[in-house]
Design a protein around this ligand. Structure first.
Ligand SMILES: [Zn+2]
Length: 174
């Protein structure tokens, strides 16, 4: 039997393959997303990567008004990162920059390719008291109910750690 790479991509999207805790979730798995947390001086940088299906329920260019509205709603939610990522209040973190990349956010791209597509978001916060930055509460599960799991990697002054978040476990501490 000839297994093309295309078949493989479809297979990993359909099967919720177990991934050992601590491994980066680079694969495109529906229901799962990844979050890289980097603390460098006063900067807290969050890199979020998710299959679009988790965020809008489809992964092709939006065609209907309902699909276009879903894309707009996703972008609006992600442009309010204070409700998605709550850092330790004593650290006094404020959003510095925000960057979203996804084929559905670029109307010049007529199609999305192989049928699967992601969203990448980069959120940079500046924290006045980074020494007080010890935890992050993640509100992604409430905002995007299709999301079942977020594999998190933290890199900061206290070293590296990894944690898997779920709707029941939404807090990262380090
Ligand atoms: Zn997909």
């Amino acid at each position: 039997m000839n297994h093309s790479p295309w078949c493989f991509i479809i297979a990993i999207c359909l099967l919720p393959l177990p991934v050992a805790a601590g491994e980066p979730a680079a694969a495109h798995v529906h229901g799962a997303a990844s979050l890289q947390v980097a603390i460098d001086g006063k900067n807290l940088t969050l890199n979020f990567e998710s299959p679009l299906n988790n965020l809008v329920g489809f992964e092709h260019a939006p065609r209907t008004e309902k699909q276009k509205a879903a894309v707009r709603a996703m972008a609006e939610r992600l442009h309010q990162p204070a409700s998605l990522f709550t850092a330790s209040p004593a650290a006094a973190c404020a959003l510095l920059s925000l960057k979203l990349e996804s084929p559905v956010l670029e109307p010049t791209k007529p199609s999305v390719g192989d049928g699967h597509a992601d969203l990448d978001g980069e959120f940079v916060f500046r924290c006045e008291h980074p020494e007080a930055l010890r935890a992050l509460e993640v509100g992604l599960f409430q905002a995007f109910p299709r999301l079942q799991r977020v594999d998190v990697q933290v890199a900061g002054p206290r070293g590296q750690s990894a944690v898997r978040l779920s709707p029941q476990q939404r807090r990262i501490a380090w």
